[in-house]
Design a protein around this ligand. Sequence first.
Ligand code: GDP
Length: 602
Amino acid sequence: MSNNGQSVKQIELPATITVRELAKVIDASPIDIIKKLMANGVMANINQQIDFDTAAIVAAELGYEAILEADKAAKKEELGEIPLWRRIIMQEDPSQLVRRPPVVTILGHVDHGKTTLLDAIRHTNVAAGEAGGITQHIGAYQVEHNGRLITFLDTPGHAAFTAMRARGAQGADVVVLVVAADDGVMPQTKEAVAHAKAARVPIIVAINKIDKPNADIARVKQQLAEIGLVPDEWDGDTLVVPISAKQKIGLEDLLEAILLVADSMDIYANPKGKVIGTVIEAKVDRAKGVLATLLIQNGTLEVGDVVVAGVSYGRIKAMFDFTGKKIRKAAPSTPVSVMGLNEVPQAGEMFEVVESEREARNIVFERIQESKQAEVAAKRAITLEQLFDQYKSGEVRELRLIIKADVQGSLEPIINSLKELGKGEIAINILHAETGNISENDVMLAAASDAVIIGFNVQADVAARNMAESEGVSIRLYDIIYRLTEDVEKALKGMLEPEEKEKVLGHAEVRAIFRISKVGNVAGCYVQDGEIRRNARVRVLRNQEIVGEGVISSLRHLTEDIREIKQGFECGVAIKGFDAFQVGDILECYVLEKAQPSKELL
Ligand code: GDP
């Protein structure tokens, strides 16, 4: 609080924020924010991300002092994000938690021996009898050491780990960093350390190729210490194990070290809890269809469960362990190969078990919608960018227009004839021309730039109409090009006839549909509000979208023809030009009235 009674409100903002979120935080309308952004030379739509500096300028103009959520940002950087599966385990009832096998991933510089090490461990430690029989490779396997299990991810180390990290779905509990004794710490060694630290996963170093004559273990330890991995024999906390993957030397020591580190960590899960895990890899098999390797991280996965992974889902038809043996159940830290997903999920994606296929479909549907919206937002941002250049260059007095038409073929002649008209005293500036119905985004753009929206053979959707009403944006709809150009010409000359404004009379819900020969379908309706009038205009709304328009040609109550009917009554409605009613449709009845000439057009 300052002492003159005026206080600048402080708010914390993240490094990036969407226009919509910013509006919410500072309690402003998104349109005000878009206007302020435009005034500062930034063209943005409601779903666009803006950076902190830009957001802070806008916030300042609206009386807020923005502070970067620095603490949070720094913490996130330092600790890495906690993956979803870990958060889920943290929420489980502690009394239900049991130890699970550690999950290990092997990282290191190319040619330092990762593949050789994975093969060596797999062949020496997979229970005898099974080892020879393993013909398939599913991207993960389990070994036994001193009667305890260890799960190894053997996806092409680095790439998979990066992908997993990028999706916040780090699967491993322990990283084994392979460093060749003759080559030492190399660029990818350092990168691997950075990944492991970001994922908050402890590192065990395997100094490999100690059989080579030029191996220099002491030098490697020195290099390790320099990058923050101080060997425990030097009082550091990194276990360093000299090995030869090729000669199978030191492998038992390495497994011992893994279990030692695992014992110092909380490697738990609830086998009875929510089933969740990570997709390790997936492919299409000619005989089995989609085959996905899943690493279970919490809960117990069973044949018959419905799984969702990203936008792929399905009921598990069959499940195999890493040796190819059919199994029915799999506990935490077990890698399994499953059949039954409808599509190939992406490696690194989280999967979860849901109640039913219906729920799975809903989740997938929502995810697809979300990604579509993100795509649309990205596409719009480009057109808006270009558009802003036009807007900036518009120094002269001008009439700004946003044009929406049904097809590209009608846009061109409209734009051409408008350009002709704009050669006089007042210029015409077409901010945006596109095919498609008039949307909220168009209205927002018009409101922010004082433009008029012209629609040709298109409609304004309900949300757009509501927003235009509240923002005072003028929308003019035409179905004949010369009428359109005539109006614009009149507007330029300041001679425009009063605009016909619509006035909504009332709404009725369709409750039944009757087929009447010669007439077509008649809707049995209930008047929800206002009134329905014969010869008035009507638009048919289905899920907020306009599916038809026309004029009420017949209106009946019981068997009687009537002129109008009020809220709370039932009626039969026939519409000239539309009869494809569905139960649940809303009829919006309206009339056109002469209004004052539109301000924006003058
Ligand atoms: P990656 O790229 O890290 O997976 O490395 P590879 O496992 O493919 O190994 C690269 C090369 O080093 C291969 O020619 C291996 O035979 C060799 N190699 C791996 N481990 C050892 C080892 O312990 N001793 C020796 N002498 N060569 C090894």
